[in-house]
Design a binder for this molecule. Structure first.
Ligand SMILES: Nc1nc(=O)c2c([nH]1)NC[C@@H]1CN(c3ccc(C(=O)N[C@@H](CCC(=O)O)C(=O)O)cc3)C=[N+]21
Length: 286
């Protein structure tokens, strides 16, 4: 079998058009656009590019988007003060604090400080707990976007065997929760899983989110499996590579996401979707 490419760039474009229509309706009804505020601490070049892309994407769908750039030596108290101000500002619907943060700032304290109703990343423990108990509010963007990719591939999730490799709070764990809610039989595997290859070979749906280039080998892919590659690894030559050996996996899978052009663009499109969702919920319309 040769897999069809699950084109995240094209599907993200479709999501953005949907969001754009929702934003126009929201703005007409409420006299203001949904607002997204992104906080970036420091000058990490990749983070600067990513946060600029988020700001630009928000403008393209008609939102009010703002990037707040804070110096690398910002204190935890200063950042918490910024977040408190955004929490009480009624024109702000979504708050995103770009990760990673500099080492003088404790990540958990910052994530806990964001109003859960404005937590468009879905990283607040309240939102994680709601997801885990089947009452999703704001769902992390990468897993939610990956679920949309599975839907677009026509995946039958009920009763399917899904294997998620990677147990992070921002991708692996919430992805497992979403697949479970969709009635898949979910295995949450990770770097310490014994005989990871044998576990992956059982997967009808395989989600790779470990951050190791080509960890997932071609002969680990079950015939006809759908493969979602969340990996974003920089090669020695600066090229972006996924966690899956794409060329080898492609000859076995039914659908596979490329890197770049797969999950990445969906993450940003879903952030816009979450911001619209948060705005509607905040005005009692969601
Ligand atoms: N609070 C927070 N929320 C995040 O969502 C968050 C974060 N912090 N920190 C960093 C990671 C990374 N991330 C990406 C999103 C899209 C692409 C993306 O669009 N990638 C393109 C290409 C990028 C390229 O060529 O460099 C693609 O895969 O096709 C990449 C990376 C969001 N993150």
């Amino acid at each position: 079998m040769t897999a069809q490419i699950l084109d995240g760039k094209a599907i993200a474009q479709k999501v953005r058009l949907e969001v754009r229509e929702g934003v126009a309706r929201f703005s007409a009804a409420h006299g203001r656009p949904p607002g997204l505020d992104v906080l970036l601490v420091g000058e990490d070049p990749a983070s600067v590019i990513y946060t600029r892309n988020k700001e630009k994407a928000s403008h393209e769908v008609g939102m009010r988007g703002r990037l707040h750039r804070l110096s690398a030596d910002t204190t935890e108290e200063e950042l918490l003060g910024k977040i408190a101000a955004l929490n009480t500002d009624p024109s702000v619907d979504g708050i995103l604090v770009q990760l990673p943060l500099p080492k003088q700032i404790r990540e958990a304290r910052v994530l806990d400080a964001v109003d859960p109703a404005k937590d468009v990343d879905g990283f607040h423990p309240v939102n994680a707990g709601l997801l885990a108990t089947g009452r999703p509010a704001l769902v992390p963007c990468t897993p939610k976007g990956s679920m949309r990719l599975l839907a677009e591939a026509g995946a039958h999730l009920a009763g399917a065997r899904a294997v998620v490799v990677g147990r992070s709070n921002i991708v692996g764990k919430p992805m497992a929760q979403l697949l479970l809610a969709a009635h898949a039989t979910v295995t949450l595997a990770h770097s310490r899983t014994r005989d990871l290859g044998a576990v992956c070979r059982e997967a009808d749906i395989l989600v790779a989110a470990v951050g190791r280039t080509r960890l997932i080998q071609g002969d680990w892919i079950k015939d006809g499996a759908i493969v979602i590659d969340v990996g974003m690894n920089r090669d020695d030559d600066g090229k972006l590579a996924g966690d899956v050996d794409f060329d080898a996996a492609r000859s076995r899978a039914s659908w596979i996401t490329p890197v770049p052009g797969g999950v990445g663009p969906m993450t940003i499109a879903t952030l816009l979707e979450n911001t619209l969702h948060a705005a509607r919920a905040r005005v009692g319309d969601g």
